[in-house]
Design a protein around this ligand. Structure first.
Ligand code: AMP
Ligand code: MG
Length: 480
């Protein structure tokens, strides 16, 4: 179907890829939430989309009315889950509503679809809030991610381990295509559809690749680079995704499909945030390798067109791009001028000290913003100096810096690289507990703070502490 232009009553809306490529999924009407109400709203994103949190928008986004002249679409995909191939997945609890200003709006939790399998098509309030907060937090940290426009709560009962209520997260991204979409058409031998899907992806999201001598190869190279950069950012900011199945990997390299994610509190290289991940496949320190593993799954889908040599060449870009990005991020955090691969040992040494001390990852790094590298009594000393290897590490660090001539600007630059606030699991939990009781103020306040993570505004000082010990008891799993 040709793209439709604005129609009366729905200015600014376009139907999007699901209507350009009708075999990409099924048209499905949302199942409305009972007594829908706003729980979260992202002002800055709403402004770019030109949407207001009024009754009409609430009715549209909660599935109560469908004023758009087309039906929303649930897309089909497949994917490698925990290492094994699942031949058919798809949007089992979400619908593509349409596009505004080049952004797809996706209702997550809008009821059953042909891809729901045994699921109820719903999302519970706690998981909707977690996705909302995480997308906003990563975006404002400067990490590529899908966005979240809103959380809508309701009285719709949803049964998990206990009765909860249904909610919708309105997810926003230029594309919701996952590696798994391409895997689905490859493994079902629908090569014409796979070619058309790739062509559409290139035309809408990878214009540079489209103009290259070999567009499919240039596209794979671009996806490899973007994925490597995003994974490097996760490692630098202590973000653990939790379910890096290939159906949760965005073709744009965005952080995608938030489930049992966590930012590290005390640094632990092998931290497993997902209690359903018994083998630690998606442990924090496994993420770089898993990113490449998933890219290999994507590369397989291009075997009809690209040689083994071409595929291997594209995939070989992953490690250098990831290392360069990680060095740039960590170099900035530590204040290293022109970071080199040799600096990985210095960074690794600091991580080992943090792990041995059980030191908080983000707050230890934030202390570089108040650090005088010429002093031997700094906030870093207060966290790590009792560790046996600290003194030699500190001397190596001082030697690497080679003296800081102007302390103020040096510290200011560290403050711009080291967030003063991250989305800790217990902070999300407190906001969720209040919202479940009908009080959305703590969520709104946490959201406001996460929109300025580098800003040491004293209004939010109570959100900056290391995690309390009770936060270790919070269990995160795939049940959401
Ligand atoms: P996720 O764990 O959210 O990445 O979902 C994995 C797959 O299960 C996707 O195909 C989802 O659409 C589907 N799914 C997850 N939860 C539900 C649910 N409550 N109802 C229907 N499908 C679901
Ligand atoms: Mg998923």
């Amino acid at each position: 179907m040709a793209e439709q232009t604005d129609r009366e009553g729905t200015p600014g809306w376009q139907p999007g890829i699901g209507h350009r490529l009708p075999w990409l999924g099924s048209q499905v009407r949302p199942a409305p939430l009972a007594n829908p109400r706003w729980v979260g709203w992202s002002e800055d994103l709403a402004a770019t989309l030109e949407l207001a949190p009024d009754e009409a928008t609430l009715a549209l986004l909660s599935g109560s009315v469908t004023p758009l002249p087309w039906t929303p679409v649930a897309q089909v995909y497949s994917g490698h889950q925990f290492g094994g191939y699942t031949p058919r997945l798809g949007d089992g609890r979400g619908l593509h509503l349409g596009e505004r200003h080049g952004q797809e709006l996706f209702l997550k939790g809008s009821g059953p679809t042909p891809y729901s399998r045994s699921g109820d098509g719903r999302a519970v309030l706690r998981s909707a809030i977690r996705e909302f907060l995480a997308s906003e937090a990563l975006h404002h940290l400067g990490i590529a991610t899908t966005r979240a426009l809103a959380v809508i709560g309701s009285d719709t009962p949803v049964w998990r381990e206990q009765q909860e209520t249904g909610a919708i997260t309105v997810r926003v991204s230029p594309s919701h295509l996952r590696f798994g979409h391409f895997e689905y058409f490859y493994y079902t031998r629908q090569q014409a559809q796979l070619a058309a899907l790739i062509e559409d992806t290139l035309a809408h999201h990878f214009p540079d690749a489209l103009a290259a001598p070999n567009p499919k190869l240039a596209w794979l190279e671009a996806v490899v680079s973007r994925t490597a950069e995003t994974v490097a950012d996760w490692q630098a900011f202590g973000f653990c995704h939790g379910v890096l199945n290939s159906d949760n990997m965005s073709i744009l390299g965005e952080t995608f499909d938030y489930g049992p994610f966590a930012f590290l509190d005390a640094f632990q290289a092998g931290h497993i945030c997902n209690h359903s991940d018994h083998q630690g496949r998606y442990a924090f320190d496994q993420q770089p390798g898993i990113g490449l593993w998933n890219l290999n799954r994507l590369a397989v889908t291009l075997t009809p067109w690209l040689s083994e040599e071409q595929l291997k060449g594209a995939l070989a870009r992953y490690e250098p791009v990831l290392v360069a990005r990680y060095l740039a991020r960590m170099g900035a955090r530590l204040g290293l001028d022109a970071p080199q691969e040799a600096d990985l040992a210095l960074i690794g040494g600091l991580l080992n000290l943090m792990e041995a001390a059980g030191a908080d990852y983000s707050n230890t790094l934030r202390s570089f913003a108040e650090l005088d590298p010429a002093s031997d009594d700094t906030p870093l000393h207060r966290r790590l100096a009792t560790q046996p290897g600290f003194d030699p590490w500190w001397r190596r660090y001082q030697a690497r810096l080679g003296g800081v001539t102007e302390l103020g600007p040096w510290q200011w630059a560290r403050a711009q690289a080291n967030p003063a606030l991250i989305l800790r699991t217990h902070l999300a939990q407190e906001a969720i507990a209040a919202a479940e009781q009908g009080d959305n103020a703590p969520l709104a306040r946490l959201h406001r703070a996460l929109c300025r993570p580098y800003d040491p505004d004293s209004d939010f000082d109570d959100l900056r502490d290391d995690a309390p010990s009770w936060s270790q008891q919070i269990t995160l799993s795939c049940s959401s």
